[in-house]
Design a protein around this ligand. Structure first.
Ligand SMILES: CCCC(=O)SCCNC(=O)CCNC(=O)[C@H](O)C(C)(C)COP(=O)(O)OP(=O)(O)OC[C@H]1O[C@@H](n2cnc3c(N)ncnc32)[C@H](O)[C@@H]1OP(=O)(O)O
Length: 300
């Protein structure tokens, strides 16, 4: 798949799935779940401040009779309930509403009702950037703070599951750094080279990993050629592995605010997909993310 129209089309064919929305009192979230319902992609169980939700819904002409509603005002408790519904098999995936990412992720990691698998969980954002003929996968902009090389390996593997779900069989992974040469004083450049070597040894499968790469020579063949970089990933990266959450989040939000791009975001590695976008993302991004979640759930 090369764009979100195809992702939404696929989700329509596989839906409807059920989403439990944690902290649903948010206009863009309600607009996205309503679009998903009308498109028969997903039905939603809305958990949160229902009085506020009703006010918002009536201001945008959404009939809440089409939804199951659970009134829990406390953000942590609402997040736990949304996760618990998935654990109980009453819902197929969780969606973040108007709540801090850390609150919903703590619910996902909760030992009693959470969705742990023993694997690393990580965020994968998919971007369709104007001017590029392929989707970009940015990871991890939202969950893992400062991953070491072994966690980075698992973050790559998680991103590959998303890329494979979108029929990108052998994604090219660029381990991003501030430069394309190893500097012993820059740990992320050492990690990037190690990840490349792990892939060459067959310890990371289903992709080609290269690193370190600066962003320009990861995404632009012209920039890579200019620097004389000769590697299958150079200028052709699909998956952009950020060295840490700060770089990943800034890259994500730069694309959202400074470029013409469409995007979607999901946490993977858990028992079910967690649809996770920024609160500032618009309803189209949230709908794309629901479609991506449906696709991931369908392939699970
Ligand atoms: C991109 C658009 C959206 C955004 O902009 S998001 C904005 C930025 N994101 C954030 O603020 C969230 C960043 N992450 C966090 O806040 C925290 O790392 C997070 C995920 C909430 C975990 O916090 P804590 O519960 O304090 O973490 P902890 O390190 O004490 O771990 C508790 C238990 O959970 C486990 N854990 C933490 N991260 C994990 C992961 N990625 N995958 C699998 N397991 C994980 C950890 O091993 C620990 O387990 P145990 O209790 O020892 O068995």
């Amino acid at each position: 798949m090369r764009n979100f129209e195809e992702v939404v089309k696929f989700a329509r064919e596989r839906g409807p799935k059920t989403i439990s929305v944690a902290c649903c009192h948010d206009k863009e979230v309600l607009m996205a779940v309503e679009m998903a319902r009308k498109e028969k992609i997903a039905n939603a169980i809305l958990i949160g401040d229902i009085e506020k939700t009703r006010e918002i819904a009536s201001s945008i002409n959404i009939d809440l009779d089409n939804y199951e509603l659970i009134d829990i005002k406390d953000l942590s408790e609402a997040s736990l309930k949304a996760v618990e519904l998935v654990s109980q098999g009453k819902s197929d995936m969780v969606m973040k509403g108007l709540v801090d990412t850390s609150i919903i992720l703590k619910a996902v990691l909760n030992k009693e009702v959470g969705l742990r698998t023993g694997n690393v969980l990580s965020h994968v954002a998919v971007f369709d950037v104007e001017g590029y003929d392929r989707l970009f996968f940015i990871t991890d902009a939202a969950m893992n703070l400062a991953p070491d090389v072994n966690v980075k390996k698992q973050i790559i593997e998680n991103a590959c599951t998303v890329a494979h779900s979108l029929d990108i069989d052998t994604p090219k992974v660029a381990a991003l750094c501030a430069k394309e040469k190893v500097n012993p004083k820059m740990q992320d450049t050492i990690d990037a080279k190690e990840l490349e070597e792990m892939c060459e040894r067959g310890e990371i499968k289903g992709c080609i990993v290269g690193g370190p790469f600066a962003l320009d020579n990861a995404v632009s063949l012209e920039a890579a050629n200019h620097k004389g970089i000769n590697h299958p990933v150079a200028g052709k990266a699909d998956i952009l592995l950020a060295p840490d959450i700060e770089a990943g989040n800034i890259l994500y939000k730069s694309l959202v605010f400074f470029s013409k791009s469409k995007n979607a975001g999901v946490i993977v590695g858990a028992k079910a997909p967690i649809i996770l976008t920024s609160r500032a993302d618009n309803e189209e991004t949230k709908l794309n993310s629901i479609a991506l979640g449906v696709l991931m759930a369908a392939k699970a």
